[in-house]
Structure formats: C-alpha cells, structure tokens
Design a binder for this molecule. Structure first.
Ligand code: SF4
Length: 336
C-alpha cells in the first residue's frame, strides 16, 4: 500500500524574511515543513530564540520550529574556523557548513527527506556568493538534498526536484542584495510578519568582534568558554595589559547582568558612593588590584571626589583599598 503521509522537509530558519519565504514556498507545494533553528547563547537574540518567541511568525504560517543551542559544540570551530572569518568575528562559511551538516544528521530522526535554506546567491559577501556556495556544495556530500527555493534556478536540479516531490517550475532565480523580489513574494505568499533586514548575528558586530579577537589573542587555546563570549556583550571592556581584562558596568542594568559573571573573576565595588560593578580576569598581584580599584573609582562619576574606598574580592581573598580616579584618557585608550 502506498504511504499517504506527506513528504517532510527540514527548513533551516533564522529569524529573517528569506528563510520564512523559502519554507513557505515549499510548504505551499504540499510538503510537511518543519523548521530548525540553531542559536548561540552569546547572541543578542539568544533569549528570544531559546523561548521560541521569535518564531511566532513561522508558526503563524503553520511551520513548527525546533530550537537547538549549538554554542558548546560550535565553539572550537568559532575559535579556529578552517575557512577563516568575515569582516568581524563571523566564520560564516564554517557556520553554514556546521548548521547544514547538523541538520542533515537530524533528518532520519525527524523523518525528513530533504533540507531547505533561505540562501540567496550573491546576497552576502562571505557565505552567499557563487564561488562559496559552489564550494560548499562540493564539500557537503548531501548537497543533492539541499534545496534553496529562492535561488534554486541558479543551481543544478536536486533530488527532491528529480523525484517530483517538488516542482522546479515553482522555484525562483533570485540573486543579489536587493530585497525587492522578496518583499513582492512575501505579499504574494501572505507572509506578513517578519523583522527588517540587518540587526542579525552578533558575530558580525564590529565591537563584539574586536573584543572577541582581543580575548582570543590573549588566552591559551581551549581557555575561552561560551560564558566568556556572553560577557563580551555587557559593560565597558578595558585591557590595560594583555594579561589583564577589566569589565566595568555602564549602568544599573549592566551591573545586574555582570552579577551573573562574578564566579571565577575578581570583583570590585565602591563602598561609599554609587558606581559600577567591575569584574577582572588575570589579576596577578597588588599592582593589578590597585590599578583596577583606580579604574573603578574613575567610573564612579562626579560625586566620587578624592580617595574612595573600593572593596575587592575573589574566591580566596578580599580587601578594601583607598583609590583615586585613574586618568580617563588612559582608561579610554585601553577600552575596546
Ligand atoms: S552571520 Fe552569524 S549566524 Fe549567520 S552564518 Fe555568519 S556567523 Fe553564522
């Protein structure tokens, strides 16, 4: 007896318009589309992705989404990507290869027969240009089951097309950076809720990238954790010396966030005036403690005149030190 079950496909979903359109195009061809999204805990959108909040738009289209944290598994690749970084700390080629490979490995368990992505040829300089996409197709043994509905006509026919599961005539030939055709398509397919372009992955943000590069340059391989990368999102980051990393809360919200990263770090706080919570990594001696106390005093604001008391503590020791505000220009020169 022939199965009446619809063919299932896994769609790699970010939170953007392209992946929504790609998934909807294939769903409209009668395929049972299930979304998969991978996320990093250090990403700006991590909380929204982990909670599923961001995927209401996919669910509105009848596409359920499974959310998977890949931070720990992907970390070694992020810190040493075989294909290198883009403009910032974004290893987009290896990130795509990792996500596609991981999704491919999930297909059997999820009863799926092919994969869908929202990639558009020529849209992104590093990971979505024709050379890179051809290279990725060559590297991935499963590229015959990877369908890119928005740009499919720029690629050879895939297995789902040859098998007649989907109709190539319904697939598109979009290329380049313009979003015009995607907006037209969104209207045609009834995809009404989607975020604007940009504002995506934190690895493409210059300041985060600079901080991550500095961290990587000053740590032994294997000594950087996912939590270290999360911490790069909050506060002012100063590196007075290569071994000494100081993180200064900018406001009450920052101070609250920094509280979560106290473990394993030396903590500084003013006692008599309001001011920042300060965390430090790599404290070696009393000179370092004195310097960080003075940095803490500097960011206490105008009310902190003369010497003020700064309390410091780490796992084994604690103390109180009188400190004058350090020179602001030097502090800002150390800042990334
Ligand atoms: S932008 Fe970020 S999530 Fe997207 S491929 Fe590049 S590194 Fe990965």
């Amino acid at each position: 007896m022939m199965s009446t079950q619809p063919i299932r496909a896994l769609a790699l979903m970010s939170f953007g318009l392209d992946s929504l359109l790609a998934a909807k195009m294939i769903k409209d061809q009668g395929i049972d589309v299930h979304g998969i999204t991978f996320f990093y805990r250090f990403d700006n959108l991590a909380k929204k992705k982990a909670s599923g909040e961001i995927f209401k738009n996919a669910e509105l289209l009848g596409i359920p989404v499974t959310v998977i944290d890949i931070s720990d598994d992907f970390l070694p690749i992020l810190l040493d990507p075989p294909h290198g970084y883009g403009t910032n700390f974004n290893p987009c080629i290896d990130c795509h290869l990792y996500m596609f490979t991981r999704a491919n490995a999930m297909m059997e368990e999820m009863g799926a027969k092919f994969l869908i992505t929202g990639e558009v040829i020529g849209q992104r300089p590093m990971s979505q240009n024709s050379q890179t996409m051809a290279h990725m197709n060559k590297v991935m043994e499963f590229s015959d089951i990877l369908v890119r509905p928005l740009s499919a006509l720029h690629f050879p026919e895939t297995l789902p097309e040859r098998e007649g599961w989907i109709d190539r005539a319904e697939l598109l030939d979009i290329s380049g950076r313009s979003r015009k055709r995607q907006f037209e398509l969104a209207e045609k397919l009834g995809v009404t809720q989607f975020p604007g372009p940009g504002g995506g992955c934190i690895l493409t943000v210059p300041q985060f990238g600079d901080r991550a590069k500095k961290l990587k340059a000053n740590r032994l391989p294997g000594a950087i954790t996912v939590e270290d990368l999360e911490l790069l999102r909050y506060g002012r980051h100063l590196w007075p010396y290569d071994h000494l990393h100081v993180i200064v809360g900018r406001d009450a919200d920052d101070n609250d966030m920094l509280e979560q990263f106290v473990k394993g770090r030396t903590v500084f706080e003013p006692l008599d005036v309001g001011g920042p919570l300060v965390l430090a990594e790599g404290v070696r001696n009393e000179d370092d403690i004195k310097l960080i106390a003075e940095i803490t005093a500097r960011y206490c604001g105008k009310k902190a005149q003369g010497e003020i008391r700064i309390e410091w503590k780490d796992a084994g020791k604690a103390g109180i030190i009188y400190a004058k505000a350090y020179d602001i220009k030097k502090c800002e020169n150390w800042r990334i």
